[in-house]
Design a protein around this ligand. Structure first.
Ligand code: ATP
Ligand code: PRP
Ligand code: MG
Length: 324
């Protein structure tokens, strides 16, 4: 236990696989897969005490919840659906900007008078009197659906658990409406379904998630710190730029206003001569360049980085704070 390795769960199939692999690669984290192994497992090149488990997005949630894996990439929809008290069990370290999809309530387009969740009350009553059964909702998001319908005051319905092709259920006659995940809406449209106006239950994306239940040995913490530090350095690099310019020392006092206005810094301290080096957020580059030119700066260059390592980073801090 004192030196049990860090286990990172990575999507091995489906919507998140490619983006997750690209995300780790950008951070300089390269998987080496042990071929022929019984287990679908790997390691991280150059980072000791790490085991990589290649799993489906839904199994990753299970392993984070039970503490079998320490870190994982998975969709927030699955976290909220599969873990009853997610905030007590896992720490969502950061959203990753891919795997975006909404969990929605959708009904047949033919129901022209049904636009909101409140309208479902009348639909349920109508189905009861006409057919003698409860309104049926097809979904694999059973827990999210129960929670959302309760919040909206809809109680007279029954869930029909669906394991695939949920959008086909109304057409097939096995349910009246559905709850499912959607990105482009193409599948809903192809099945003549529409999302209710207030029917977006959750806006989901892929997240980097830590388990609060896993055995966080000293070795696992150290490996996690290495991994998170690289991920943070890649993100910091992507969102930062370096500006270099020749600035007359006699006019350098004008610099502090610019730095203050745009939250920029002098990474090497105040310039001794003409050469001035600034770090700033990517979005502020051209405003700062204009400010420098107003001060008479010349030969202004802007550069991007591969990695930018700061003394601390939000990801590692967040994890260590949670682990106590
Ligand atoms: N259409 C979509 N666009 C973007 N992300 C999606 C989409 N559908 C699902 N996702 C995200 O990817 C996660 C995994 O979905 P995916 O369908 O790839 O899983 P899977 O491993 O194929 O498992 P299953 O066979 O149960 O669907 C979803 O829970 C969601 O977070
Ligand atoms: O809004 P859209 O862009 O059309 O995407 C939505 C579809 O994508 C997912 O299915 P997937 O293709 O993963 O197949 P699955 O049902 O086998 O998981 C989801 O379950 C929807 O059916
Ligand atoms: Mg799928």
């Amino acid at each position: 236990m004192t030196d049990s390795p860090l286990i990172i769960a990575v999507p091995s199939k489906g919507r998140l696989q490619e983006n997750a692999a690209a995300f780790f690669a950008r951070a300089g984290l390269v998987f080496t897969q042990s071929r022929g192994a019984r287990d679908y497992r790997g390691t991280l090149a150059g980072v000791p005490n790490v085991e990589v488990a290649f799993l489906s997005a839904s199994e990753i949630v299970n392993q984070l919840a039970t503490g079998t894996a320490h870190l994982g990439i998975t969709g927030e929809d699955l976290i909220r659906e599969q873990i009853a008290d997610a905030d007590a069990t896992v720490e969502i370290l950061t959203p990753l900007g891919f795997g975006n999809a909404n969990v929605v309530v959708a009904v047949p387009q033919a129901w022209i008078d049904v636009r909101t969740m409140a309208d479902l009350d009348e639909v349920a009553a109508d189905i009861r009197t006409r057919h003698g059964y409860k309104m049926r909702v097809a979904t694999k998001y059973v827990n999210l659906t129960r929670r959302f319908f309760a919040e909206k005051g809809i109680a007279d319905y029954r869930i029909v658990e669906s394991l695939g092709a949920t959008e086909g259920a109304p057409g097939a006659g096995s349910a009246e409406l559905i709850v499912d995940i959607t990105t482009t809406g193409a599948t809903l449209t192809a099945n003549a379904l529409k999302v209710l106006d207030d029917g977006v239950m959750l806006r989901s994306e892929a997240n980097l998630v830590a388990s609060a239940k896993a055995p966080w040995s000293a070795a696992a913490r150290e490996a996690a710190t290495t991994v998170l530090t690289r991920i943070a350095a890649e993100e910091e690099a992507r969102t930062s730029r370096e500006i270099r310019a020749a600035l007359d020392p006699a006019r350098a006092s004008g610099l502090s206003g610019i730095l203050h206005d745009y939250g920029a810094t002098l990474p090497f301290g105040e310039s001794k001569g003409w050469e001035t080096v600034i770090h700033c957020k990517t979005s502020t580059v051209f405003d700062i360049v204009a400010g420098l030119q107003n001060l008479g700066a010349e030969n202004v260059t802007v550069r991007a980085f591969d990695y930018l390592f700061r003394p601390t980073n939000a990801l590692t801090e967040r994890l260590l704070r949670r682990l106590g």
